[in-house]
Write a protein that binds this ligand. Structure first.
Ligand SMILES: *[C@@H]1O[C@H](CO)[C@@H](O)[C@H](O)[C@H]1NC(C)=O
Ligand SMILES: *[C@@H]1O[C@H](CO)[C@@H](O)[C@H](O)[C@H]1NC(C)=O
Length: 389
């Protein structure tokens, strides 16, 4: 009796494994999911959104032991409506973009109640690698609207490398509520007069590393917003654009913080502002432990600036009692040329002065320094800053 049951079980088991799809026989080895195999046309005109969703579902749900790869092949252009690549996935995921992605224009933009602000969103992913020789074209030339290009949200261990980003209607890459994000070797371009087209915007994120990246847009090359900490930004060329900015912080009385930011080896080419910290009057919180070093300015306007009176140039600029506190900021080895009258500007608030501002080996020609309510030291600084000892 017992023997026959065992034999029966054995028989059923052998039978079932013989009929399993061949894919399941190997538990290791790369799985690659090419969007063309999911029905993408790649003609730059047909809507390929569904094919990308299907390819993503296969990739993200792949049970491969090693990372699964979604492949966007070169030689084709894929038209995508707003799309969310959501996790978590069953394995680590690579996305190789060797082709071109293009966004809808203003009249074509389709999403629920037209509410979505982002074109391509990556949400709740761990161990995501996005790379390739492709281009992500936001088609912003048609509208420069309030749509962000490429957003990393609620994710950890994300690598973005080698890609080209152009003409996002608004900021090109957003890193939001994420940790351990590595960005390297990107080229980000939009025209100099395009509004709000920041290259990379970081907020509520920690441990973000950006290096070897070229950014030329109409707004900040890199902007660092509330809740950012432990950032390392190095080997960046920036310009045209508004430079590398911490802030603006403390809008509408908000308490906002940025700390532990290290920026090094930056070439500023014809930027308006260079390395900047900007905070709103009436805000709270702090911007502290920030280092800018080995910065070269080629004809930038105001290469060094702290502005605690930021107010978009218009209303409500009056002096408030509270301010976002700026402290422990180091400027080291900053050289080059400056366009405009003021090369170094520290405009700090009376009630909450900027403190522990250290400057060493600064030489900017030509221009003057302007300062109020700053405390700190300077060593070999030209133009000399009268408020520092
Ligand atoms: C994508 O492009 C890169 C760089 O050109 C190349 O090394 C890689 O093999 C390509 N990937 C695929 C899957 O074709
Ligand atoms: C920042 O990154 C650069 C380039 O990867 C590296 O050489 C440097 O040691 C890092 N600095 C800090 C303070 O982490």
């Amino acid at each position: 009796m017992k023997k026959s049951i065992i034999l029966l079980l054995l028989f059923v088991f052998t039978l079932s494994s013989a009929f399993l799809p061949s894919q399941c026989k190997h538990s290791s080895g790369d799985r690659t999911y090419n969007v063309l195999d999911f029905g993408a046309a790649g003609d730059g005109d047909s809507d390929d959104t569904q094919a990308f969703k299907d390819a993503w579902e296969a990739t993200c749900g792949s049970r491969a032991g090693s990372p699964a790869t979604m492949h966007v092949p070169s030689g084709s252009t894929f038209f995508l409506q707003p799309i969310v690549f959501a996790g978590p996935c069953t394995s680590d995921v690579n996305i190789v973009i060797n082709g071109t992605l293009i966004a809808p224009g203003p009249s074509q933009w389709k999403c629920k109640k037209n509410k979505c602000k982002q074109w391509i969103t990556f949400d709740k992913l761990n161990n995501l690698h996005i790379s390739g020789s492709g281009t992500i074209n936001g088609e912003g030339k048609k509208w420069w609207g309030c749509k962000e290009g490429f957003v990393i949200l609620h994710s950890n261990n994300v690598y973005i490398r080698d890609l080209a980003f152009m003409d996002s209607p608004q900021k090109h890459i957003g890193i939001d509520r994420s940790k351990w994000v590595y960005v390297t070797n990107l080229v980000i371009t939009a025209s100099e007069n395009s509004p709000n087209t920041d290259g990379i915007h970081i907020q509520r994120s920690q441990h973000v590393f950006i290096d070897h990246t070229h950014i030329a847009t109409g707004d900040d090359c890199i902007s660092i917003g509330d809740g950012s900490a432990y950032l390392n930004i190095s080997s960046i060329t920036c310009g045209p654009g508004h430079g590398i900015s911490v802030g603006s912080l403390g809008h509408n009385g908000a308490k906002e913080t940025v700390e532990h930011v290290y920026v090094s080896d930056v070439e500023l080419r014809g930027t308006s502002n260079g390395v900047r910290i900007k905070t709103w009057q009436g805000g709270r919180g702090h911007a502290r432990d920030i280092t800018f070093e080995r910065i070269t300015s080629y004809d930038s306007q105001r290469p060094i600036i702290i502005d605690q009176f930021y107010c978009n140039g218009h209303h409500n600029c009056k002096n408030h009692k509270s301010a976002v506190e700026v402290s422990n900021v180091r400027y080291n080895h900053i050289h080059g040329t400056s366009r405009g009258e003021i090369a170094v500007e520290f405009a700090c608030s009376e009630t909450v002065p900027c403190r522990d501002i250290y400057m060493n080996d600064i030489n900017l020609v030509s221009g003057v320094s302007s300062c109020q309510n700053v405390r700190g030291t300077q060593h070999e600084v030209s133009p000399s800053v009268p408020c520092l000892t």
